[in-house]
Design a protein around this ligand. Structure first.
Ligand SMILES: Cc1ncc(C[n+]2csc(CCOP(=O)(O)OP(=O)(O)O)c2C)c(N)n1
Length: 320
């Protein structure tokens, strides 16, 4: 599938933004100024961006506890995200969500989620509303290999088939659920093939290759959007940090991690594929822009105010 130069540059910028955002959070977290858990997505950028570049603002996504990449890929504002993670009122959820619960309904981002397997049921709800209201939109859930084993996920997949919903289930297989290997915990050994048991098509893809993900996602999203029902994608990649910030990440040896970073970095792979066509200078320029944007976001977030005590109960309950 041929992408225009503009599309390629946009995708690279998003992937670079995610990497810069997260590498910076890795440093900021050690200062003790961030409350709550942070789970980094570095190493999996090509999945979020490869998928979301096929979506529009009328499409919905649900995310996981490792949600920064999904938010940035879906178009959430970096300043708003950083302020949110620092717990500030200027944050996308006025500082009440933090890293694990960033949401931006204007962008169709229904929320990062502390409940493993919590995304698929929300996604089928969003898909049902899109189908009922005939918006032309679809819903898509990102779920980990660990989350693929959850009962909620199974129930959502079954219901999606029964109701023929416009929904895509993306399983991000980074090999581990905390410290439990996917090889051990996934009984069938193949997440994508499980889809057949529910009665829907699926494709497995190399999640370190943006272009491969983009192509598979394009097909899956088109399938859902044109009324053919749900679709499953399993995308394999690696995470470059421990399970959460503070976790020494001992599931892989230092040598294994070095090998992975050298050979399976989605940004390096992307560059190798497009450098001749796009030119190194344009990509270097994007690297610099992302660095500056993240630096600015941190300065603004640090300077912003915490929510006032009078805000304690606002945005907590919804009234219909
Ligand atoms: C329902 C539920 N069970 C357990 C947990 C604790 N927990 C948080 S992250 C995690 C591992 C999830 O693994 P996976 O879905 O593969 O995502 P990854 O962390 O690899 O991106 C677990 C068990 C939780 N948050 N929610």
């Amino acid at each position: 599938m041929q992408l225009t130069e503009q599309q390629i540059l946009k995708a690279y910028k998003k992937m670079r933004d995610i990497r810069e955002f997260e590498d910076r959070l890795h440093e900021e977290n050690t200062t003790g100024d961030i409350a709550g858990f942070i789970h980094l997505y570095s190493g999996e950028e090509a999945i979020a961006v490869g998928v979301c570049e096929n979506l529009t603002d009328k499409d919905y996504i649900t995310s996981t506890h490792r949600g920064h990449g999904h938010c940035i890929a879906k178009g959430c504002d970096i300043d708003g995200m950083m302020a949110e993670i620092f717990g500030k009122y200027d944050g996308l959820c006025h500082g009440k969500g933090g890293s694990m619960h960033i949401a931006d309904l204007n962008k169709g981002m229904l929320g990062a989620n502390g409940i493993v397997g919590g995304g698929p049921p929300l996604a089928i709800g969003a898909a049902l509303s899109a189908k009922t209201l005939k918006t032309g939109g679809i819903a898509l859930s990102f779920t980990g290999d660990g989350g693929s084993n959850q009962g909620l996920t199974f129930e959502a997949m079954n219901m999606a088939v029964v109701l023929k919903l416009p929904v895509v289930f993306v399983f991000e297989n980074n090999g581990f659920a905390e410290g439990t290997g996917c090889d051990y915990a996934v009984g069938s050994k193949d997440i994508a093939k499980r889809a057949g048991g529910f009665g829907m098509p699926s494709t497995k893809v190399d999640g370190t290759d943006f272009f491969a993900v983009y192509e598979v996602a394009h097909k899956a999203i088109e399938h859902a959007r044109t009324g053919k029902g749900p679709y499953v994608i399993e995308a394999t990649a690696n995470r470059f940090y421990g399970h959460f910030e503070g976790d020494p990440g001992l599931v892989l040896s230092k040598e294994e991690l070095t090998e992975i970073k050298k050979n399976y970095d989605p940004l390096v792979i992307f560059r190798q594929k497009v450098e001749e066509q796009i030119g190194k200078d344009q990509l270097d320029k994007i690297d610099l822009e992302s660095k500056k944007a993240v630096e600015n976001a941190v300065i603004k977030a640090r300077a912003a105010s915490f929510p006032d005590i009078s805000e304690l109960l606002t945005d907590v309950y919804v009234s219909y």
